[in-house]
Design a protein around this ligand. Sequence first.
Ligand code: ATP
Ligand code: MG
Length: 322
Amino acid sequence: MKLLEVKNITVKFETDEGVFKAVDDVSFNVNKNEIVGLVGESGCGKSVTALSILRLIPLPSGRIEKGEILFNGKDLLKFDAEKMRKIRGKKISMIFQEPASALSPLHRIGQQMVETILLHKSKTNKEAWNIAENWLKRVGIPDAGERMFAYPYQLSGGMQQRVMIAMALMLEPDFVIADEPTTALDVTIQAQVFELIREMRKSHTAILLITHDMGVIWEMCDRVIVMYASRIVEEGSKSDIFSKPVHPYTIGLLKSIPKLSGNAGRLKAIPGYVPSPYNYPSGCYFRDRCPDAFDKCKNEKPEFVDLGQGHRAACFRVRKNE
Ligand SMILES: Nc1ncnc2c1ncn2[C@@H]1O[C@H](COP(=O)(O)OP(=O)(O)OP(=O)(O)O)[C@@H](O)[C@H]1O
Ligand SMILES: [Mg+2]
C-alpha cells in the first residue's frame, strides 16, 4: 500500500551565483511498513528532497517548481500552512541532519517535548511528561528525568541528536524521514537508534532513511533509491541493488564499502567529484566520472529503463532482460 507518492518533483534555488535545480524531476513511492533508503554523495539533493516533502524548503531562495507529493492520496503541496502544521510531527516527522535546527534554544528539553505532545494529543501534563521522559530513556539518554530540565546548549551534539530522535518518534507518526540520523552518535547508540527505527516499522511506521553509507542501507532498508547530482539514477529492492546493480554510479558506491568489498579500510572511492549544480554537464550528469561513458552519454539525457519488479535505472548501457 502506497503511503507517499513523490511525483516529478523539481526544486530550484536562486542564489547570488545563479539559479540551479537541487532536485530534478524526482519520483518515488514509500509503502506502508517499509524502510526506504535514499543514498548518494554529498550535495546530490537528498536533504532537499526530504525537506520538500514537509514543505520546509527555505524561502525565498528555494521553491518547489513542479510536481506532486501525495500522502495517503492527498497532495501536500496543496495544503495551507495550518493543515501542514497538523501533519508535521503527528503524521510525518523528520529527524534533521542538523539537530540544532529542530530544537528551540530558549526552552528546556522537557518543556519542548511536553508542548509538542499536548499540541497533537489529548493528554494531561503529567502523562505528556511521562511519555517524554520515557522516550529520552529509549534513545539512551542517561538520567533522563534530570535532562528534561536541561536547555539544548547544555547537551553535547550527540545528546541533542538523541533528543531530536525522541521528539520525532514520540508521536508515533505514520511516516518518519530520518536524514543521516546517527552521524553524531557512537556505534553503541547508533545500534540502539537503528533498533528503535526497526521497532517503529513493526508498529506500522514507514521510514525514509537518508544516508551516504551503503553499509547502513544494507543493515536497515527494504528498498533503495540512489541519487546523483539532483536526479535518481537507480532504484530497486535491497537485493537488486546489492546483487544486481546496473548503474555505474551504484556500482561505484558499492565498491566503496570496506565491509562488503572485503578490502577492509581501503576505500575505492569513485574518482572525481559531484559536479557543481550551477554547471551540470550535458546529457548524463555522471558521464565525466563514468568508466563506461560513450558519445550518447554526452548528448542525451538517459531515461529510466524498467528492469522489472520495481528495479529501474537511468543509463544507456542498461538493457532490459528479454
Ligand atoms: N538553502 C539552500 N540554499 C541554496 N542552496 C542549497 C540550499 N540547501 C541546499 N542547497 C544546495 O542544493 C544541493 C543539494 O543539497 P542537499 O542538502 O539536498 O544535499 P545532500 O544530498 O543532502 O548532501 P549531504 O550528504 O551533504 O547532506 C547542493 O548543491 C546544496 O549546496
Ligand atoms: Mg543532506
